[in-house]
Design a binder for this molecule. Structure first.
Ligand code: MP5
Length: 215
């Protein structure tokens, strides 16, 4: 079994729970509460801003050819921020002076700590986990759409052919990195992948139910 399939099979319980998340079902059925979708949009805007740093640190640590792809990924995220800004403006949602929620903060810190402090292979595994989670989540929404969605641009962004090809490239690259890694490094990569799936689940929970700091 390929390494990425091994990761997905070990993460199956959290992955299944993520894809069954009521936020995704409600988004597909175009009945997601406006407040929940606004929270997702605002917090994901903050997440993507941190993801640009994450990509850049990974690009700096990457072996030769991978560096170019990751640097291009960081720059593509700048356009993604513009997409959030235009979608938010069209829906009357503010993306200024936002307060980060605990779930978004923890996920972003996990991402940056892994990029800075762990091996390149572990950082790359986190990247694959986050992108695969969004590809699977938004593809679920796309497959199950019951009406025209005001959020179509987001649905397309993470489920179209070009994003699928990016995820396939991540998969193939991850498999090659794992083939050259020691068993103990592979196990560390698997632990990062499981944590990434858990954070994705916490992110949907936060969007749907809201979340705040103690004071
Ligand atoms: C992604 C995201 C996908 N935007 N937000 C979360 C919580 N997980 C994954 O990453 P990208 O870089 O926007 O494709």
């Amino acid at each position: 079994m390929s390494f990425h399939n091994e990761l997905l099979s070990r993460a199956r319980p959290v992955w299944d729970a993520m894809l069954a998340h009521p936020f995704l079902k409600a988004t597909a059925e175009v009945r997601v509460p406006r407040e929940a979708f606004s929270t997702w949009m605002q917090q994901d805007y903050l997440y993507v801003a941190q993801a640009i740093r994450f990509f850049s640190v990974l690009a700096a640590k990457a072996p030769g050819s991978l560096s170019t792809e990751l640097a291009a990924g960081a720059s593509a995220l700048q356009s993604e921020l513009r997409l959030f800004e235009s979608m938010a403006a069209a829906q009357g949602v503010s993306v200024e002076n936002l307060r980060i929620t605990p779930a978004c903060h923890a996920y972003a810190q996990f991402m940056l700590a892994t990029a800075y402090g762990a091996s390149f292979e572990e950082g790359f595994t986190l990247l694959y986990g986050a992108e695969k989670a969004y590809f699977d989540s938004w593809s679920f929404v796309r497959r199950n759409l019951t009406a025209v969605s005001p959020w179509q641009a987001f649905i397309d962004k993470w489920s179209d052919d070009s994003f699928r090809r990016w995820v396939e490239w991540l998969e193939a690259t991850l498999d090659a990195l794992a083939a050259a890694a020691s068993p103990s490094l592979r196990e560390k990569m698997a632990q990062i992948f499981l944590l990434t799936g858990q954070y994705e689940m916490l992110f949907w929970n936060m969007a749907l139910h809201g979340e705040s700091w103690p004071a």
